[in-house]
Design a protein around this ligand. Structure first.
Ligand SMILES: Nc1ncnc2c1ncn2[C@@H]1O[C@H](COP(=O)(O)OP(=O)(O)OP(=O)(O)O)[C@@H](O)[C@H]1O
Ligand SMILES: [Mg+2]
Length: 334
């Protein structure tokens, strides 16, 4: 079996106003590409590296592959960027791992995703979407609970989410929102801050999808308001501890797993996904977002969780591939 590997590599980009640079944050490192490639090569399969963007277009037309293992995040800051590679593969009738373009495009748009999951009765923090500067100063903040977290509406990997992303007053919220509009050239989401436990859930498979596991992310120093921000994710070894299995009340865990599977199904996710929650002090899990293309590098949450339950990285990659292969009986099983 020949497996194509599509991916976007991190590029060197200039620092932003706050000295941090997250323009390439969602892209993968050469080490991650090598690690996934090695995992896919198990069982005598061969791997062809297809890259991303225009390089992917050239390679996918030239190479003959049975299936593409897709980790490409897509180019630009379009909310449908994760759908770019899967759309091309669908056009060329080439099988691929992971969710389809519609699911990927919807899930990168946090406000649209929240509307859809709320229809299924899943609790999600209150929010406002601000499309542009004009809307920013027309928005009524009446009764909006503070503090609020101010984040880009179409990002992942904590792009635009900093330790300073909380707003304690309307004027602070406006100022932070304005900065995101300018720096990230996309709408802003103002979200009610849920000051409680952070839990992320890994889901794998399709028939039926099952829980890989749940992991709680605990700050090492008890900050007043913990945010799993860009700074924290980059220095996770020093700043957080991971707990898996999660030591919360069983009824909270049941609710989180039930909600995660509902989200996976409602949005039409396939093969694997990671769902993020914050649990309110009263014990209600609030859905934050779903990642149908979660990171698969050694330091990604899904991989850390898999290792904590005793899986190897190779087993995780193999499980994602197997879930996809089951959807394409013509590929056979290898
Ligand atoms: N409404 C909220 N209440 C509490 N914390 C929040 C809220 N929204 C975001 N956060 C914090 O910010 C972190 C990043 O937010 P979110 O998951 O929306 O961003 P992301 O960039 O899509 O994340 P990922 O790296 O998982 O793709 C969360 O893990 C959480 O710690
Ligand atoms: Mg998240």
């Amino acid at each position: 079996m020949i497996i194509g590997l599509s991916y976007d590599l991190k590029e060197a980009t200039p620092a932003q106003q706050d000295g941090l640079n997250d323009a390439s944050e969602e892209y993968d490192s050469p080490e991650t590409v090598e690690l996934i490639s090695a995992a896919l090569e198990a069982k005598g399969r061969s791997v062809v590296k297809l890259g991303g963007g225009k390089e992917f277009l050239d390679n996918i037309r030239r190479e003959k592959v049975d299936i593409v293992f897709n980790i490409a995040e897509g180019k630009g800051n379009h909310r449908s960027r994760e759908a770019q590679v899967p759309s091309i593969l669908e056009m060329l009738s080439i099988p691929y791992t992971g969710s389809d373009p519609q699911c990927l495009a919807v899930c990168l748009d946090k406000p649209v995703t929240k509307k859809l999951v709320a229809l299924d009765g899943i609790s999600t923090p209150g929010w406002l979407k601000i499309a542009d500067e004009e809307e920013l100063y027309q928005t009524s903040w009446d009764g909006f609970p503070l503090p609020a977290i101010i984040k880009p509406a179409y990002e992942g990997s904590s792009k635009g989410i900093r330790l300073t992303s909380l707003a304690y007053s309307v004027s602070q919220a406006q100022e932070k929102a304005q900065r995101i509009l300018e720096c990230y050239r996309q709408p802003v989401m103002v979200e009610e801050f849920i000051d409680g436990d952070e839990v992320t859930v890994g889901i794998i498979g399709n028939s039926p999808p099952g829980m890989l596991g749940m992991m709680r992310i605990l700050p090492k120093t008890k900050d007043e308001h913990f945010v799993y921000s860009l700074e924290v994710k980059r220095d996770y070894l020093n700043l957080v501890e991971y707990e898996c299995p999660v030591l919360l009340e069983q009824k909270i865990l049941d609710k989180i797993s039930d909600s995660s599977l509902k989200v996976f199904k409602a949005l039409g996710c396939r093969d694997f996904a990671r769902v993020d929650f914050r649990v309110s002090p009263g014990g209600t899990p609030y859905f934050l977002e779903v990642n149908p293309l979660p990171g698969l590098g050694s330091y990604s949450d899904m991989v850390i969780m898999a290792k904590m339950i005793g899986w190897t990285h190779q087993e995780l990659i193999g499980a994602v591939l197997d879930a996809a292969l089951e959807r394409y009986p013509q590929c056979g099983h290898m």
